[in-house]
Design a protein around this ligand. Structure first.
Ligand SMILES: [Mg+2]
Length: 256
């Protein structure tokens, strides 16, 4: 699949779709999309300018806005503090909690956490984040060989669990989560069904964990942030600054 076109090189066509849509469902990832990445997730901050433009968009009666993140919902809400948006944490599972997690999955999760802890101890430049129902191994600075070895080990650990757990491979993390939690694709489908009216979905994300949402929204406007590469998204943007420019353009197209 060729890399997608840069969003701004197709702007006239995109702007026309945005202007003519009866409503827009705007899904924004947080880390690497609204905010620049930091080596430690606790250091990531949202700029005032980005907070302000997303809040402006969320006040528009034609727009419904979500921030959807792999972080816990309380964490991403506290970091964002944008009036008028809905927050979806743990890739969207926190936000549709009628899906309960089986007792068996919770028990297995504790075993997987022990396994992940041992793996991290053996692999330099990796660290473990316990997000409750999800465990994340951060490996942004680890050697490619170390990451490959770890992924193989995780795959072996997951094999006997018959699909009851999923490995979620991001660019900088590897996460383990109960399969019933779903992914960002499950989450956006659910939110669009709840919203109940015909809205043009727009999804902006920077990571492999955003790909299920791109795949779920083939009729929408999907944008992958970062280096051009393999993606299901229709368009790309180079980085966080261009995301803000896009949000400002969106506001100009459909402002009051
Ligand atoms: Mg991200």
């Amino acid at each position: 699949m060729p890399p997608p076109h840069h969003l701004f090189s197709c702007w006239d066509e995109v702007a026309e779709r945005l202007r003519s849509a009866p409503a827009i469902a705007l899904f924004l990832d947080f880390d690497g999309t609204l905010s620049p990445l930091c080596p430690r997730p606790e250091d990531v901050r949202l700029s005032g300018a980005t907070r302000s433009i997303v809040a402006t968009l969320a006040r528009n009666p034609r727009i419904r806005a979500w921030v959807i993140s792999g972080r816990r919902r309380a964490d991403v809400r506290e970091r964002s503090r944008i009036a008028g948006v809905q927050y979806l944490g743990l890739h969207g599972w926190e936000g549709r909690q009628e899906v309960s997690i089986k007792e068996e999955s919770r028990r297995l999760l504790e075993c997987l956490k022990d396994c992940a802890r041992r793996m991290v101890e053996r692999t330099p430049e990796t660290w473990l984040e316990d997000k409750g129902l999800v465990v994340a191994i951060h490996h942004a600075n680890a050697s490619p060989a170390g990451v490959t070895r770890m992924r193989e080990e995780i795959a072996r650990a997951l094999l006997p669990l018959n699909g009851s757990f999923r490995g979620i491979a991001g660019e900088r993390t590897f996460e383990l989560a109960p399969a019933e939690m779903g992914d960002k694709g499950t989450a956006v489908r659910h939110q669009l069904a709840l919203a109940g009216r015909a809205a043009l979905p727009v999804f902006v994300g920077d990571d492999a964990v955003d790909e299920p949402a791109f795949a779920a929204l083939t009729g929408g406007i999907t944008i992958r942030v970062g280096r051009p590469g393999h993606t299901r998204a229709h368009f790309r943007l180079a980085g966080v600054k261009q995301v803000r420019v896009f949000l400002e353009r969106l506001n100009r197209e459909i402002g009051y």
